[in-house]
Design a protein around this ligand. Structure first.
Ligand SMILES: Nc1ccn([C@@H]2O[C@H](COP(=O)(O)OP(=O)(O)OP(=O)(O)O)[C@@H](O)[C@H]2O)c(=O)n1
Ligand SMILES: C[C@](O)(CO)[C@H](O)COP(=O)(O)O
Length: 252
């Protein structure tokens, strides 16, 4: 399975003056934790790091310290995550039929989560029910799903709020899931959806949204509560705690 890692952000919400993935967590750069999990995954066979050229020296030094066995390619990122993934898709090896896309900032994802998503899309365990079938050009009823994402149920009650700060709606929490990554797709279909997004000016914050806008079903697979996206300084503190717990369990 091919893995694309969007790692070309600036970490503005982290308050960082550099790519937050170069910040350290228990003496390892954030991106190193992500790469170690990808290396330990049984299903991942190739890694594309989508990043800014300005970070390539630092990233290559980090890679040198990890001694990964899997091939790693550097791909130039864009000004948005969407653009970065678009670039990553163009750079995939020609024989790539399916791909996992995983935020470098979700550095606590376990190898088991990578494998669960990879097996889910490869075995196409889920079939497209008639109710989800909408576009014969792209899929047919009972065909295997071609898009899935890791996600976890929402624990808080979520409110839709207008610009004036007034609550407009309270969606039924039982139907709300927090999307994570990995997100797994059929490569050709995702390329088509990204191209349509570019043509239509769609601005999305995850790749599943492009599939949805193209009328393609996306299935959920169980994510991990610890698979947080390190976005603000508080997330670093939480991640430190999670890693401490994991190391203590591992040392028992
Ligand atoms: N132009 C961009 C922007 C983001 N990302 C990546 O997409 C993932 C999720 O993005 P986010 O957490 O928002 O990272 P940043 O964009 O760096 O954070 P901020 O929005 O706070 O600047 C990260 O691994 C980030 O490196 C990317 O590859 N290319
Ligand atoms: C892809 C993602 O991690 C799913 O939750 C999230 O949308 C990324 O958002 P960001 O603003 O690019 O961090």
């Amino acid at each position: 399975m091919y893995l694309l890692i969007p790692a070309a952000g600036m970490g503005r919400r982290m308050g960082s003056d550099r790519n937050k993935l170069l910040l350290t967590l228990r003496s390892q750069p954030l991106i190193a934790w992500t790469l170690r999990a990808a290396e330990a995954s049984h299903e991942i066979s190739w890694i594309g790091i989508i990043s800014q050229p300005a970070d390539w020296v630092d990233l290559k030094e980090i890679l040198g310290g990890l001694s990964l066995n899997k091939p790693v390619e550097f791909i130039q990122g864009g000004t948005t995550r969407q653009e970065s993934v678009y670039n990553g898709l163009q750079a995939l090896p020609a024989d790539a039929k399916q791909v996992l896309i995983h935020d470098g900032a979700r550095c606590l994802a376990t190898p088991e989560l990578f494998d669960r998503c990879a097996v889910g899309i490869r075995n196409s365990e889920f079939r497209i029910p008639n109710s989800k079938f909408s576009d014969s050009r792209l899929s047919t009823p009972d065909s295997p799903i071609q898009g899935l994402i890791a996600a976890i149920p929402v624990k808080d009650t979520i409110k839709v709020v207008d610009d004036a700060g007034f609550i407009q709606d309270t969606p039924d929490r039982s139907q709300l899931w927090a999307a994570q990554t990995p997100q797994a797709f059929d490569v050709q279909l995702l390329k088509q959806c990204h191209a349509k997004g570019l043509e239509q000016g769609w601005e999305v914050t995850d790749d599943a949204a492009l599939f949805e806008k193209c009328g393609l079903p996306v299935h959920i697979v169980e994510g991990e509560e610890t698979n947080l996206k390190l976005t603000t300084p508080m997330d670093l503190a939480i991640a430190e705690f999670i890693l401490q717990q994991r190391l203590e369990i591992g040392n028992r």
